[in-house]
Each structure stands twice: as C-alpha cells, then as structure tokens.
Design a protein around this ligand. Structure first.
Ligand code: COA
Length: 190
C-alpha cells in the first residue's frame, strides 16, 4: 500500500484493485439503491432495481479483466483492507486497436459513510496520474444537479463540453447530464 493518505476522519490508503474487493465494492454500490429512496437526486445512474449478486460478479470480473489487460485504471481507497471508494477510468473503445482507444471514461463512487473526508479528491488525483501515458482524453458524465461533484471535476481541470438533456429517467423524473472532459499528456507511440 502507498502512504498516500489525506488528512481525514477516516484514514485510508490508496491501492490498486484486488480480486477480494468484490464484496466491499458491491456493498457500496448496493447502498446507492437505499440512498435513492431518501435522496432521489443521488448522482449515479442506476438500474430500476438492484442487480443480482450474479450480475455483480459478472460486472466485477469484467472490470478486473480490463485492469489486467491494461484497458482500465482502477484505484481503490482502503480502510482496514476493505474498499470504501473507487475511481475507474476505462477505455471507451472495445479494444486498444480502435481509433478511439486513446479515450477513456471516468467513474467514481465513495461509500456514503466516508464522503466529505478527501477520499474522492485523493482517488481522482491518483487515477488521473495513472492514466498519463495510457489515455489521452478522459471524459465523464455527471448529473447536472450534482453541483459538488462538478466543482470537484473542474478543480482537476475537467471542462464542460455540453449537456445531454434528460439523459437519466428515474421514475417519472428526468435528469440532465453534463459531459466533461480533460486532455492528458499524449500517450507514447500514438
Ligand atoms: C462525488 C464523490 C465521489 C466525492 O467524493 P468525496 O470523498 O465525498 O469528496 P471529497 O471529500 O474528496 O471532497 C471533494 C469535494 O467534493 C465535493 N463533494 C461532492 N459530493 C460530495 C458529498 N456527497 N459529500 C461531501 N463532499 C462532496 C465537496 O464539495 C468537496 O469539495 P471541498 O473540499 O471544496 O468542500 C462522493 O461524494 C460520492 O461518491 N458521491 C455519490 C456518488 C456520486 O455523486 N458520484 C459522482 C458521479 S459523476
């Protein structure tokens, strides 16, 4: 583990994804479905109902494979061996041979009990650093109403390039999404 610790109420370290992270990542993700009940504006696109544990295993296996294949960067915030947050930057194109292989999409999620303590900022900083030399452009989608997250991305140099109106339909309510991007140092040999 790296001593990349921010000053926070919950000391954490940053590390790469491990196969054993499945359970804690799934717990953090499942909690979003409870959060949505009390906070209909929770800023992550979800399914109508929780995916099954089997779906989660399939999702995790795909992510892990992408990391091993060099198609994704995934940084985990660790407290006592468990993930309390993760930031994934994943090649948008299906293979490294694609003409779009230099572009990747970023996603970030911190466990609800650990938000507001610098975990997200630390994850972003590390993930973007690890993307250098691998991807040239990183983009993301963020709910337009998620003003705090948007501010955080701007702090890291993400620029808003447009709005996708009504991108998310949650029950009978629509949410717009902002598309934001950041150019990194050009990857070698491309
Ligand atoms: C957005 C998120 C990843 C930020 O991580 P975090 O660990 O809470 O953020 P940090 O503690 O590092 O704070 C960084 C900044 O993010 C902002 N922020 C965004 N969402 C926040 C939240 N729910 N709670 C606290 N701070 C939040 C803060 O304003 C903070 O800025 P400040 O230090 O100038 O006050 C995290 O809150 C989260 O997972 N939220 C729910 C899912 C989500 O919205 N993901 C983004 C999808 S695009």
């Amino acid at each position: 583990m790296t001593p990349d610790v921010a000053s926070t109420a919950a000391p954490f370290t940053l590390r790469e994804l491990r196969w054993s992270d499945l359970e804690s990542l799934r717990e953090t993700y499942y909690l979003l479905y409870d959060e949505r009940e009390t906070n209909p504006e929770i800023g992550i696109t979800l399914f109508a109902t929780r995916p099954s544990p089997a779906d989660e295993v399939a999702w995790f296996a795909q992510l892990y494979r992408a990391v091993l294949a060099g198609d994704a960067v995934c940084v985990v915030a660790d407290v006592d061996g468990r993930s309390v947050g993760s930031c994934t930057v994943r090649r948008a194109a299906p293979t490294a041979e694609s003409e779009g292989a230099h572009v990747a999409e970023l996603g970030i999620l911190v466990h609800r009990d650990y938000r507001g303590h610098g975990v997200g900022r630390a994850l972003l900083a590390r993930a973007l650093r690890e993307c250098e030399g691998r991807f040239e452009t990183v983009f993301l989608r963020v709910f337009s109403v998620n003003v705090r997250a948007r501010r955080l991305y701007e702090e890291f140099g993400f620029v808003r390039t447009g709005t996708l109106p009504r991108e998310i339909r949650r029950g009978n309510r629509y949410f717009d999404a902002e598309i934001m991007f950041k150019h990194l140092v050009a990857a070698p040999n491309r």
